[in-house]
Write a protein that binds this ligand. Structure first.
Ligand SMILES: Cc1cc2nc3c(=O)[nH]c(=O)nc-3n(C[C@H](O)[C@H](O)[C@H](O)COP(=O)(O)O)c2cc1C
Length: 201
């Protein structure tokens, strides 16, 4: 029984959220592996975007390979918002899973989603809701965060987190890193996926 925590990140925020998910799983005795979806933007573009330095921090993480997805019993998928949708590199990765769809290789496997955006009201939930669609096509089982999680009721400070998945808010200049609450919700979601995967397997 093993959970794949598969992320794409440009500036490191989603890497942080994916690490929190991984740590949550491990603390609960659930085997898990962190995997990185490869960048598709050329280096000169990344340099102009000011992303090269941040990308060094996760360059050593093992690359996710489509053909190895069958090794996992459940997944956390983490990707930033791009115009209210899943970021392109992650979409490319999922676009290469046609063979797995044809053979029904991922049917019945649970998954949870993590995303992040610059600001609070600019596409987090649309990214989670549209982001689940390809995995539903695969016959996978969507796992959200139940509202028994008190952090989802917070209205006194700006925090990510949704019933549709864990989220973080990066700020327009990327200066805000995931908060303790956001990281803890990433872990809660991951453990929920892990426990459901255990029951299903
Ligand atoms: C091309 C592009 C489109 C983006 N679109 C949005 C958006 O629609 N809403 C938003 O709040 N942030 C948007 N952002 C900001 C990213 O979501 C933010 O930088 C990201 O969540 C940070 O995560 P990362 O460090 O893991 O890449 C966009 C960023 C880029 C580069």
């Amino acid at each position: 029984m093993k959970i794949g925590v598969i992320f794409y990140s440009t500036y490191g925020h989603l890497f942080g959220m994916a690490q929190a998910a991984l740590n949550g799983l491990k603390k609960n005795g659930i085997e898990a592996e962190l995997l990185r979806v490869e960048e598709t933007l050329p280096e000169e573009v990344l340099e102009k975007m000011g992303a090269l330095e941040a990308q060094k921090s996760f360059a050593d993480v093992k690359k996710a390979e489509v053909e190895n997805l069958t090794d996992y019993d459940g997944f956390i998928f983490a990707f930033p918002t791009r115009f209210g949708n899943m970021a392109g590199p992650f979409s490319n990765f999922i676009g290469a899973t046609g063979q797995l769809w044809q053979t029904g290789a991922l049917i019945g496997k649970p998954f949870g989603l993590i995303t992040g955006s610059a600001t609070q009201h600019s596409g987090q939930e649309s990214t989670l809701i549209t982001g689940m669609v390809p995995f539903i096509h695969h016959g996978m089982i969507f796992v959200g965060i139940p509202q028994s999680e008190q952090a989802l009721f917070n209205s006194s400070s700006m925090e990510g987190g949704s019933v549709y998945g864990a989220t973080t808010i990066a700020a327009g200049d990327g200066s805000r890193m995931p908060s303790e609450t956001e990281l803890s919700l990433a872990a809660v979601l991951a453990v929920r996926v892990g426990k459901i995967a255990e029951k299903l397997s």
